[in-house]
Design a protein around this ligand. Structure first.
Ligand SMILES: [Zn+2]
Length: 282
């Protein structure tokens, strides 16, 4: 390998943040924090281990994902309730907020919509920060465990990966075939999962989630949402996924309504105002 004579100069150029967020419309956190003091539970869904469930959240409501019984990671998909073509865009959320999300971060939708579908309003694991391995919680790096990669790497078939759990759940709740539902499954928010990249090889790693029963991650729905949550077969993801080896626990989803008066000044998020001409006359 021949290094160019100016290799040091090239390597030492300073990094520049791709998307400075100073101009990103900031969520009105004080409005959300006041609203969450008035919450009333409307519904709850218990997601069973190695399975998934769908739920809807009206615009202006909150939803909370809570660990129960034992440490458990959840894989979350979100769509605009009335248009499944609009869904959570983990790649752009990562580009805007970083590899892991917490209170004040937003879950953005895909093109051509690019609007916040949900805002994170509380995270009991915010204390974790970044550990000595560079790991952190609630990542938007990973894709979701799936039977295709598992087959590729092991030659085996496993049917309770998050991808399959989410597919079954969406097919059941929207009366779709598995093929139809699978087209809508997208890269997830890894709720409670502790992950990072190894410093030497840059590989995606996971480690035991610090989540414990009663920990929760809470969201505010910026528009009407359909969501699906899978209780990952990896359990706390300390050893392996795509198998029945790990202890797995349920995850509780609660749908919560604030008092209407608390949202008087809130307006729903609108899709991007870009005209979509892409440089051509229409
Ligand atoms: Zn999984």
């Amino acid at each position: 390998m021949n290094e160019p004579v100016d290799s040091t100069a090239r390597r030492t150029r300073p990094p520049v943040i791709c998307y400075p967020v100073e101009t990103l419309p900031a969520p009105n956190m004080s409005l959300y924090l006041n609203a969450r003091q008035t919450l009333r539970k409307l519904d709850e869904i218990m997601v069973q281990p190695r399975d998934a469930a769908c739920f809807t959240v009206p615009a202006g409501h909150f939803f909370r994902i809570t660990s129960v019984d034992g440490p458990q990671v959840g894989d979350l998909n979100i769509w605009a309730r009335d248009n499944l073509a609009e869904h959570f865009y983990s790649g752009k959320t990562r580009a805007l907020h970083g590899t892991h999300v917490t209170t004040g971060h937003r879950l953005w939708s895909n093109f051509p919509y690019l609007r916040p579908l949900a805002t994170i309003t509380h995270d009991t694991l915010e204390w974790y920060g970044k550990d000595e391995f560079g790991g952190s919680v609630h990542d938007v790096i990973g894709t979701r465990c799936d039977p295709y990669t598992h087959r590729l790497l092991s030659g085996q078939s496993y049917h309770n990966c998050c991808h399959s759990n989410l597919t079954r759940a969406l097919a059941a709740c929207r009366d779709m075939t598995l093929d139809e539902a699978e087209q809508h499954i997208h890269d997830v928010l890894n709720v409670f999962m502790c992950t990072g990249f190894t410093r030497d090889t840059g590989q995606y790693f996971m480690k035991a989630s610090p989540v414990r029963p009663d920990d929760y991650l809470e969201f505010f729905a910026e528009t009407d949402l359909l969501a699906a949550l899978s209780a990952c077969p990896g359990g706390d993801c300390s050893t392996e996924h795509s198998s029945d080896a790990a202890p797995c626990y349920p995850l509780l989803v609660e749908i919560l309504a604030p008092e209407a008066a608390a949202l008087k000044t809130w307006t729903p998020a609108f899709p991007s105002a870009y005209d979509r001409s892409h440089g051509c006359d229409r």
